[in-house]
Write a protein that binds this ligand. Structure first.
Ligand SMILES: [Fe+2]
Length: 191
């Protein structure tokens, strides 16, 4: 059963672990890993992440045709990406092929649609929701979803993603169909 979490970036206690973290400190934590972090750890980093515009600047860039992925760091266990979305841009319906991960909305508005799948019924709509700036969401395995910046948002969307292990070839799905295709995220411009 997929696990999804939605929260705002508001520490629930005064413990040190809830202190805000810069992008630089989260990246340092990711780069020091020698095993893949679990989902709770990823959520914790993303909830505490307070990214300044200056830190974000090297990873901001938009394309007309599709959302743009900018890689912040990657090793054998984990990767971090910043995705930039114009209104109307969205992912295919996909899963993460065994990776788990979390997403933080840094600017703008994210729509997420969640699906279920079985071989007889094919892909079925499950639920949808809207996530606002500061929210953290994510998914355990298995998970099938579509993310996007809605046409009517009228604003750009910037999101930070952490996946463990790093994404490779993903599966894509079509509503009402049992057919599963393969999808490689466009890393042409990811550094
Ligand atoms: Fe995804």
């Amino acid at each position: 059963m997929a696990t999804y979490l939605e929260t705002t970036d508001s520490p629930s206690s005064g413990e040190t672990k809830d202190a805000h973290c810069s992008l630089q400190s989260v990246v340092a934590a990711l780069e020091s890993l020698n095993t893949a972090p679990d989902l709770d750890q990823i959520y914790d980093w993303l909830r505490r992440l307070e990214i300044s515009r200056e830190e974000l600047q090297p990873y901001i860039g938009f394309k007309d045709g599709n959302y743009w992925r900018h890689r912040v760091c990657r090793n054998d266990f984990v990767e971090m990406l910043v995705l930039c979305w114009r209104p109307g841009q969205r992912t295919p319906i996909h899963d993460h092929n065994g990776s788990h991960g979390g997403v933080k909305i840094v600017e703008g508005l994210l729509w997420e649609t969640i699906f279920t799948y079985d071989e007889e019924a094919g892909l079925q709509y499950k639920t949808a929701r809207e996530l606002t700036c500061g929210s953290v969401t994510g998914s355990d395995v298995p998970d099938i979803h579509q993310l996007g910046n809605p046409d009517i948002s009228g604003q750009d969307l910037i999101t930070v993603h952490v996946y463990a292990p790093p994404l490779g070839v993903l599966h894509t799905y079509k509503p009402g169909s049992a057919k599963i295709d393969l999808y490689v995220p466009d890393d042409t411009d990811a550094s």
